[in-house]
Design a protein around this ligand. Structure first.
Ligand code: PLP
Length: 380
């Protein structure tokens, strides 16, 4: 059966050209980048080239990029690393109620260590309440960490406005841009953020590969003991092949951003239009306009989304109920609770995230089966 994949927020397939660029570093170019002989130096050179490529894509300096093993690690390093390094200023940080567990659980960990965390609310579209954020700021606030775009409902936050608030109050601002990178234009200079996390597998790069941007003048410490890699900020022999793969994947995503965005927004609008027209009692979650180009989160009243996902899978359709990172967990999604969604809709929430390889025929096949299955499930 043909697989029709609409779960690009969970992960993406590595592009063939990206795989090809990685292959030498899985084969003959196996030198340790810390070794001084030629094959070691060539690995080191590949890493520094990749650093430049990524810096170019997001408009920062190469020495402000640190390679990590994933988006979760980038978030951990940013949040813990910044809080530990700036203890003399205070032990307070602010985040939002709709962050990914990589951020929320890091905050929880810090709370157990005696740090204080304030959680800003979002409105019904999932947008952070800026006046509330302003009011949560204290003299001892070190960090604001708020995601660029939400992984469940796709809402894009007003990052520039949050950065302005942080700048005015002399607070460091980190954003988890794991869902945004490769899908929206990220310009560090323009955004004026101090730290930003990305993850390669969300933009057709390899899994287990992340990066963290930290502005030159921002103090942060390593959270892992070991060797001197990444300017003493992240110990461990570098994953050369994946670093090269991530850089190439991001370069291609940036190069094709305009046409990909147009395509995904068209696919998204078509899907939303057809579903809203043909299925009653359905609610679109997140901001109708200000959302990730490929993201659609729909809640179907009176439907169990976990069953819906399994039924769609029978037809080769891959989608997710809520967020892939939390699926399998029976508690209602913290994001859907935070936007005030009614309980009768929460459990019927289905996240579809489109990708550039999805054709109109794929989407029509999905819509047809979605209508059939939802109708059948409601009639039961
Ligand atoms: N942050 C967000 C917003 C995400 O969506 C994810 C993964 O889905 C992560 C962080 C974690 O990234 P990784 O899977 O690379 O650890």
């Amino acid at each position: 059966m043909k697989i029709r994949y609409f779960d690009h927020a969970a992960t993406t397939a590595v592009r063939m050209d990206v795989i090809k660029s990685m292959l030498p570093y899985l084969g003959s170019e196996y030198g340790n980048p810390s070794s001084v002989y030629q094959i070691g130096r060539r690995s080191k050179k590949a890493i520094e080239e990749a650093r430049k490529t990524i810096a170019n894509c997001i408009n920062c300096k190469p020495n402000e990029i640190y390679f990590t093993s994933c988006g979760s690690e980038s978030d951990n390093l940013a949040i813990k690393g910044i809080m530990y390094a700036n203890k003399e200023k205070g032990k307070h940080l602010i985040t939002s109620k709709i962050e990914h567990p990589a951020v929320l659980n890091t905050c929880k960990f810090l709370e157990n260590e005696g740090y204080e965390v304030s959680y800003v609310n979002v409105d019904e579209n999932g947008k952070v309440k800026l006046d509330e954020l302003q009011n949560l700021i204290r003299n001892d606030t070190v960090l604001i960490t708020i995601m660029y775009a939400n992984n469940e409902i796709g809402t894009i936050q007003p990052i520039k406005e949050i950065a302005k608030i942080a700048r005015k109050n002399n607070i460091i601002f980190h954003t988890d841009a794991v869902q945004a990178a490769g899908n929206v234009n990220i310009d560090i200079e323009d955004l004026d953020v101090s730290a930003l996390s990305i993850s390669a597998h969300k933009f057709y790069g390899p899994k287990g590969m992340g990066a963290l941007f930290v502005k030159e003048n921002v103090k942060f410490v390593s959270i892992q003991n070991g060797g001197h890699q990444e300017k003493n900020k992240r110990a461990g022999t570098e994953n050369v092949a994946s670093i090269v793969g991530m850089a190439n994947a991001l370069k291609i995503a940036c190069r094709d951003l305009k046409q990909n965005t147009e395509y995904l927004e068209k696919a998204r609008s078509y899907f939303i239009y057809e579903v809203e027209k043909r299925i009653p009692d359905v609610k679109l979650n997140g901001d109708r306009i200000n959302r990730l180009p490929g993201n659609v989160s729909f809640s179907f009243k009176g439907v169990d989304a976990a069953q819906l996902v399994l039924a769609l899978d029978e037809y080769g359709i891959c989608v997710s109920s809520g967020s892939a990172c939390t699926s399998g967990v029976s508690e209602p999604s913290h994001v859907l609770v935070a936007i005030g969604l009614n309980e009768e809709y929460i459990q019927g929430t289905l996240r579809s995230t489109f990708g550039i390889e999805n054709t109109k025929e794929d989407i029509d096949y999905y819509i047809k089966n979605l209508i059939d299955i939802v109708t059948k499930m409601r009639n039961l």
